[in-house]
Design a protein around this ligand. Structure first.
Ligand code: NDP
Ligand code: GDR
Length: 343
């Protein structure tokens, strides 16, 4: 018998890759869409699975809606990937962020508890819960110190998942995932903003790249590998929490440098906070500018994960190295923008 999976956040980066992965495993895949008005489903289209995913309307704000969906689908597995996922926006929309990223998780767990308690549940937790990191690298036992309304709300989502596992015996796992990127990443996130904008500069469609804090360091992995880790968590004998990460951190500045090299640019840095030593000397045309507009009220300076537990228990390990990840993203955007420019 095939299994049924319900994925919330189906129209996001991870929703698309997870849907593809589960379809290949023979699952019947239901995608919960909050019906935001943009019905382009471009990510599912790019992966060639738009017609295979069964879309159902479901918003994490609405308990009765969630209950009807769980009742109708009777899923074996629920992957809760839906969220207000942009850290910056959470400072402007903290209440909405908490409603979706914290209480939204509880709504799903309540629906599962009431209607189908044998459903396995995956919660998309995040390295942002470590925030002002209390140790380096971070693992499942590292104390949390979130630095944004996003991180605080996700911390509630994490603990309520643990609590429903311990209180009601629900098979509920929290995946503490460090940043994972791909050509399907949203344009508001720094990696995709860099590769897409550089590609547009290359084809004369933009004249500069404007960024915030270049010194922030992140542990960047490749998204298709991380969705397999989510699935593996739900296939174990016991539910547990796992860190998925590469164990390496790189700065935003390094990401820009690598991407520019691949796109064939010499970088000229300009703006506040720019460190103009060595290769950052001004030599001509402006390509990268630093603007306070993109600084956050409280920053997370450095995150590096330790994925040892996932390696040992799940047999999961990251494969794509930083420079390959940048190349995959940069080349994909160069191809995309070349097509745009031709139209
Ligand atoms: P995306 O931003 O690409 O996707 C998030 C999805 O959530 C979107 O499709 C969005 O819908 C949906 N959504 C937002 N609000 C609601 C709501 N009220 N009800 C239903 N759906 C809603 O995120 P990613 O795919 O990158 O990330 C997936 C999850 O993993 C998120 O929860 C994120 O916080 C978490 N995470 C991501 C990491 C990463 O590096 N990518 C790392 C760690 C955790 P719409 O399309 O309509 O906007
Ligand atoms: P993050 O990703 O906050 O780590 O959250 P993002 O790409 O937004 O920022 C990473 C770092 O880059 C710095 N930065 C900029 N960020 C953006 N977006 N735009 C800029 O112009 C810019 N300039 C510098 C940021 O200050 C930050 O330090 C992502 C999301 O996917 C979350 O949902 C997820 O939980 C975490 O990763 C793990």
């Amino acid at each position: 018998m095939f299994k049924k999976a319900l994925i919330t956040g189906i129209r996001g980066q991870d929703g698309a890759y997870l849907a593809k992965f589960l379809l290949e495993k023979g699952y019947e895949v239901w995608g919960a869409d909050r019906r935001s008005g943009d019905s382009s489903n471009w990510r599912l289209k790019e992966l060639g699975i738009e017609k295979e995913v069964k879309i159902i309307y479901m918003d994490l704000m609405e308990l009765t809606n969630i209950m009807r969906v769980i009742e109708k689908i009777q899923p074996d597995e629920v992957y809760n990937l839906a969220a207000q996922s942009f850290v910056s926006a959470s400072f402007e929309q903290p209440i909405l962020t908490a409603e979706v990223n914290a209480i939204g998780v509880l709504r799903i767990l309540e629906a599962i508890r009431s209607l189908k308690p044998d459903t396995k549940f995956y919660q998309a937790s995040t390295s942002e819960m470590f925030g002002k990191a209390q140790e380096i690298p971070q693992n499942e036992k590292t104390p949390f110190y979130p630095r944004s309304p996003y991180g605080v709300a996700k911390l509630f989502g994490h603990w309520i998942t643990v609590n429903y596992r311990e209180s009601f015996g629900i098979f509920a796992c929290s995946g503490i995932l460090f940043n994972h990127e791909s050509p399907l990443r949203g344009l508001e996130f720094v990696t995709r903003k860099i590769t897409y904008t550089l590609a547009r500069i290359k084809y004369g469609l933009a004249d500069k790249l404007v960024l915030g804090n270049l010194d922030a360091k992140r542990d960047w992995g490749y998204a298709p590998e991380y969705v397999e880790g989510m699935w593996l968590m739900l296939q174990q004998e016991n539910a547990d929490d796992y860190v998925l990460a590469t164990g390496e951190a790189h700065s935003v500045r390094e990401f820009v440098e690598k991407a520019a090299e691949i796109a064939g640019f010499d970088i000229i840095w300009e703006g506040e906070g720019v460190n103009t030593k060595g290769k950052d000397r001004k030599t001509g045309k402006v390509i990268v500018e630093v603007s306070p507009e993109f600084y956050r009220p409280a920053e997370v300076d450095i995150l590096i994960g330790n994925p040892e537990k996932a390696k040992k228990r799940l047999g999961w390990s990251p494969k794509t190295k930083f420079s390959d990840l940048v190349a995959i993203m940069m080349e994909a955007d160069l191809r995309r923008v070349a097509n745009e420019a031709r139209r």
